[in-house]
Design a protein around this ligand. Structure first.
Ligand SMILES: NC(=O)c1ccc[n+]([C@@H]2O[C@H](COP(=O)([O-])OP(=O)(O)OC[C@H]3O[C@@H](n4cnc5c(N)ncnc54)[C@H](OP(=O)(O)O)[C@@H]3O)[C@@H](O)[C@H]2O)c1
Length: 189
């Protein structure tokens, strides 16, 4: 069975989106990012994605229905209310709106991913819930060379028990992709 990987890009001062909810200051070029070995490997190894509804809402219905998302796998969107209309599935990219919480979303995503990994895409809310519930096996962070001074903080409010991590890998990202540093950690359980 694959791993559950929480993936997040953040500024050096710990923000995963700026005060306006934008990722733009973190990534100067999403095109260049998709050319990196780090993202290519993530795409190869990911068999399903769990996504928060706010992250889903960052793309339009037309965008999701076009099937251009980099992870062409089943996507499980955690939400209280599925969208109406819903995006069109373009298999293997399909959408399941999960209203029964993060544990169930991860369970369904694991089943869909088979031997491959489940990647969690969320600015903060769903990421935090998955970490708090002890569902993550690895945390992958792209630290981008910018101090945003405010915005969304993915690793706040994780509870009173520290989450111990073991470093697995440190890799520089190319200058064209923002010159960040890709870090991988295993969650010590
Ligand atoms: N830096 C990065 O790596 C990265 C990645 C992705 C996104 N982002 C940024 O992060 C922001 C989005 O992140 P976010 O933390 O605001 O939100 P999120 O985690 O993407 O989604 C949160 C939403 O999911 C739904 N939800 C969460 N838990 C639920 C539960 N247990 N049961 C049912 N529904 C639940 C709720 O939406 P409803 O109540 O509306 O259903 C909630 O408002 C955007 O600004 C985006 O640009 C950054």
């Amino acid at each position: 069975m694959g791993k559950v990987i929480v993936g997040v890009a953040m500024s050096l001062d710990g923000y995963s989106a700026d005060r306006h909810g934008s990722l733009e200051p973190l990534y100067p070029s999403l095109d260049a990012l998709t050319q990196t070995d780090v993202l290519r490997e993530a795409i190869r190894d990911t068999g399903a994605v769990v996504m928060g509804r706010n992250s889903f809402n960052m793309g339009s219905l037309e965008y999701w229905s076009a099937g251009d998302y980099e992870f062409r796998v089943p996507i499980f969107v955690v939400t209280h209310q599925p969208p109406d209309p819903r995006p069109t599935d373009t298999p293997p990219l399909t959408f399941t709106f999960v209203t029964s919480g993060v544990e169930d979303a991860v369970r369904q995503a694991r089943a869909a991913a088979g031997e491959r990994d489940v990647t969690v895409v969320s600015g903060a809310d769903v990421t935090r819930q998955i970490l708090r519930a002890g569902l993550a096996d690895e945390v992958h962070v792209d630290i981008m060379p910018i101090l945003l001074g405010g915005g969304l903080r993915p690793f706040d409010d994780l509870g009173d028990t520290p989450l111990r991590l073991e470093r697995l890998e440190v890799r520089p990202l190319p200058v064209e992709a923002g010159a960040g540093t890709h870090l991988r950690f295993r969650v010590v359980k």
